[in-house]
Design a binder for this molecule. Sequence first.
Ligand code: FES
Length: 107
Amino acid sequence: MINIIFIANNTEQIRAQGKIGKSLMEAAVAAGINGIAADCGGLLTCATCHVRVVEPFAARLPAADAEELAMLAFTATPASPASRLSCQIILNEKLDGLTVELPASQY
Ligand code: FES
């Protein structure tokens, strides 16, 4: 398990844990994080699992592929350079302490 911090409303920190090998979205859903809807269940068709990844963790992630980049155009809250879809982030040891901001809305 690794530690994850979700930041809601730019201030509230919600601590959770996630299993290595699972996605950040799955960890968020398991932890009952309100700000992650994940309507498509990780099929990369909904963009309701949008997060902004805080450094240094963003730099530890593989770059978004073309499909993820295409879906980031459909987030309810406009995507920024730090934006990722959490269903595409696979947890590993290097991401212990992973900190992500939740967008204002997923719809
Ligand atoms: S859960 Fe639908 S795109 Fe990530």
